[in-house]
Design a protein around this ligand. Structure first.
Ligand SMILES: NC(=O)c1ccc[n+]([C@@H]2O[C@H](COP(=O)([O-])OP(=O)(O)OC[C@H]3O[C@@H](n4cnc5c(N)ncnc54)[C@H](OP(=O)(O)O)[C@@H]3O)[C@@H](O)[C@H]2O)c1
Length: 238
């Protein structure tokens, strides 16, 4: 009989994933820190007092091996699909529409979209065996078509193509899996503009603030929402 909630967070060796791990450990979860690099993952897990699982979301064998490790360990209740890249230029600039190519687009989608689906596909059988399965897909407000076309919205001026498009895809993935697996609470979240390596620390929120909605949605019960899109203030427009 399971006594604690078993949670996997992809890309949890730093940033929002690391902070989500910290807060969920404090809430009593057994947390697996997913990391594509063994040493970075080991150090993060040691600092947190969490378990580490080697997991590169772009690699079938790596994801399958991680699923086997967690299955053999007893299973999974909560999956947080957090690993993501924005693909900024080395100077921190955003790749604009004129410089977006099929290759730049593909590299962002490999991680943010295909990586998310790869992980979902591998871990759904484990979630299916949980009494209260939950999935959180870390999206972005930049993935909202409504907000991206609203001149009053903060993300309106964002010039990139690949990253917002990848998060729009994450939103649709959320909706479709939520319909297909009604027993699993599956939601997309927008953490807000948070200072992490992803945006060269230009974000205006702390990781504590950004992780709050991820942590909240990781803790929804069987009667909680599913197929939704939330930021700290509540439901977001798609
Ligand atoms: N920061 C923001 O303002 C903001 C706003 C909205 C949404 N988000 C989303 O929040 C999530 C976390 O981002 P963050 O801001 O915390 O960025 P971050 O500090 O750069 O962390 C990203 C994490 O993803 C991992 N990762 C990247 N590619 C991976 C792969 N192929 N396999 C496994 N892990 C991989 C990174 O690992 P390495 O250390 O090995 O690179 C790192 O652990 C992302 O999905 C991002 O799109 C962030």
């Amino acid at each position: 009989m399971t006594t604690t909630t078993r949670t996997l967070i992809t890309g949890a060796n730093k940033g929002l994933g690391f902070e989500t791990a910290r807060q969920l450990l404090a809430a009593g979860h057994t947390v697996y820190v997913g990391s594509r690099d063994a040493e970075r993952g080991r150090q993060a897990a040691e600092r947190l007092g969490a378990r580490m699982v080697l997991l590169d979301v772009t690699d079938d064998a790596s994801v399958a091996a991680a699923a086997k490790v967690i299955e053999d360990d007893g299973g999974l209740d909560v999956l947080v699909n957090n690993a993501g890249i924005e693909g900024r230029l080395p100077d921190g600039g955003v790749v604009g529409a004129a410089d977006t190519t099929a290759d730049t687009m593909r590299s962002i989608f490999e991680t943010n979209v295909f990586g998310t689906v790869r992980v979902i596909h591998a871990f759904l059988p484990l979630l299916d065996r949980s009494a209260a399965p939950v999935m959180v897909n870390v999206s972005s407000g930049l993935g909202s078509l409504s907000l991206s076309t609203d001149p009053a919205a903060p993300g309106y001026a964002y010039p990139g193509v690949a990253y917002p498009a990848s998060k729009t895809a994450v939103n649709m993935i959320t909706v479709q899996y939520a319909k297909a697996f009604p027993r699993v609470r599956i939601n997309a979240v927008e953490p807000g503009y948070t200072a992490t390596d992803l945006n060269h620390r230009t974000g205006t929120q702390t990781v504590e603030e950004g992780a709050e909605i991820i942590v909240r949605m990781a803790q929804v019960g069987p009667d909680g929402p599913t197929g939704g899109y939330f930021d700290a203030d509540g439901p977001l427009t798609w």
